[in-house]
Write a new protein. Structure first.
Length: 263
């Protein structure tokens, strides 16, 4: 009977830890670290007083465990995205990571809410999060973005701009879900909404990856690079204007040429 009883105690302990972590994540996301006390977390978790100290040792240790639980899910998604993109070209690799991040942000909006709380103050908590979790993600997306820039798929920019554009655009709609529902009447957590948001973000951040716009940024650097099919070719050979010998001349330039001819 000793072994079953020990297993039951362990299961109870894991259940209690899970309740405390869930309550801590929710409360830290809603109100921040300093505004929440351990008794309030225990009450929200529906457990006895003193169990935070018993299971975690301190409020600080509970906070770190709560953040770890969020970033563990995030790291697992990132690893899956990179493994799923093996053998793909740079744009598909980064596109896969972007989509996974959007899906994660929809599933765990608490992370962005906590980052907004913690990002306002340069203290031990921010240093711990950035050094332990944010910097590795930043390095990964920088490597992937540098690859797509080199391919001419996206415009070059300092990666700090790309990082905050990506994080804000991917996560804000889910972190501010009540506002989104009131503003648009749509639920951002709906799977179809999540998928369309991911599609929109990929199109926004990787503009050169779609149809004739691909490599448009590289063309500005290399005038001799093949320009792709002419617009008339893309339209199946159909002419879109009069046969005046200026099919490939911009309309504004045509007017100037016509004016000079009349003179």
């Amino acid at each position: 009977m000793q072994a079953p009883k020990r297993e039951w105690v362990q299961e109870r302990a894991q259940l209690t830890r899970g309740k405390l972590l869930k309550a801590a994540v929710r409360l830290f996301a809603e109100r921040g670290y300093d505004a929440i006390g351990t008794r309030e977390i225990e009450a929200a978790a529906g457990v006895n007083r003193g169990l935070i100290t018993y299971h975690f040792g301190s409020k600080e240790a509970l906070w770190k465990a709560a953040i770890e639980s969020l970033f563990d899910d995030h790291s697992e998604d990132l690893a899956l995205a990179e493994r799923g993109a093996e053998g793909l070209d740079p744009v598909d690799k980064l596109g896969n990571v972007i989509r996974r991040f959007v899906e994660y942000s929809a599933r765990r909006p608490e992370l962005n809410r906590i980052m907004v709380q913690e990002g306002k103050h340069d203290d031990w908590r921010l240093a711990w999060i950035v050094d332990r979790h944010v910097k590795p993600y930043y390095a990964t997306t920088k490597r992937l973005y540098d690859d797509v820039v080199a391919e001419g798929i996206a415009p070059p920019m300092d990666h700090v701009h790309f990082h905050y554009i990506l994080v804000g655009a991917a996560a804000l709609i889910f972190a501010m879900a009540p506002e989104c529902r009131r503003l648009s009447g749509r639920d951002p957590s709906d799977p179809a909404m999540v998928a369309s948001h991911a599609d929109a973000l990929v199109r926004l951040l990787l503009p050169g990856a779609h149809d004739e716009t691909r490599n448009v940024h590289a063309r500005s650097k290399d005038a001799n690079r093949p320009r792709g099919r002419r617009r008339a070719d893309r339209l199946g050979g159909r002419r879109t204007g009069p046969a005046d010998g200026h099919e490939d001349v911009p309309r504004g330039r045509r007017r100037r040429v016509a004016t000079r001819a009349r003179r």
